[in-house]
Design a protein around this ligand. Structure first.
Ligand SMILES: [Zn+2]
Length: 109
């Protein structure tokens, strides 16, 4: 079947890309995402008309891109000021809520 040879081709490509390491300048996660969507597209082509499979694959790709982008943004916001080197708590207003509170108490007494 045509699909079997297509899947075989993608498997070869998959291995080839991983042997490339980061020479292409891509993020590996990006490659994985693209390959995942391509596999999905090939799978859908067995059931759906190719044009629908392509449209759905593109929608899924951008959907995941937007989702990952938002997650990254949220993570950067929550870790934007870094974490305390001593206890690992989130830094708020350049102060650790745990360690700086303790040292403040020590300074008072
Ligand atoms: Zn701390």
């Amino acid at each position: 079947m045509v699909y079997n040879s297509l899947i075989l081709l993608w498997q070869y490509l998959f291995i080839a890309i991983f042997n490339f390491k980061d020479e292409l300048g891509f993020e590996k996660r990006e490659i994985l995402l693209i390959l995942g969507v391509l596999f999905l597209m090939i799978g859908m082509m067995a059931i759906l008309a190719p044009i629908y499979a392509v449209i759905i694959a593109i929608l899924v790709y951008f959907g995941i891109r937007v989702f990952v982008g938002r997650r990254k943004k949220q993570l950067l916001q929550s870790l934007g000021q870094g974490v305390c080197a001593i206890c690992g708590a989130k830094i708020i207003n350049n102060k650790c809520p745990n360690c700086d509170a303790i040292s403040d108490e020590n300074n008072k007494s």
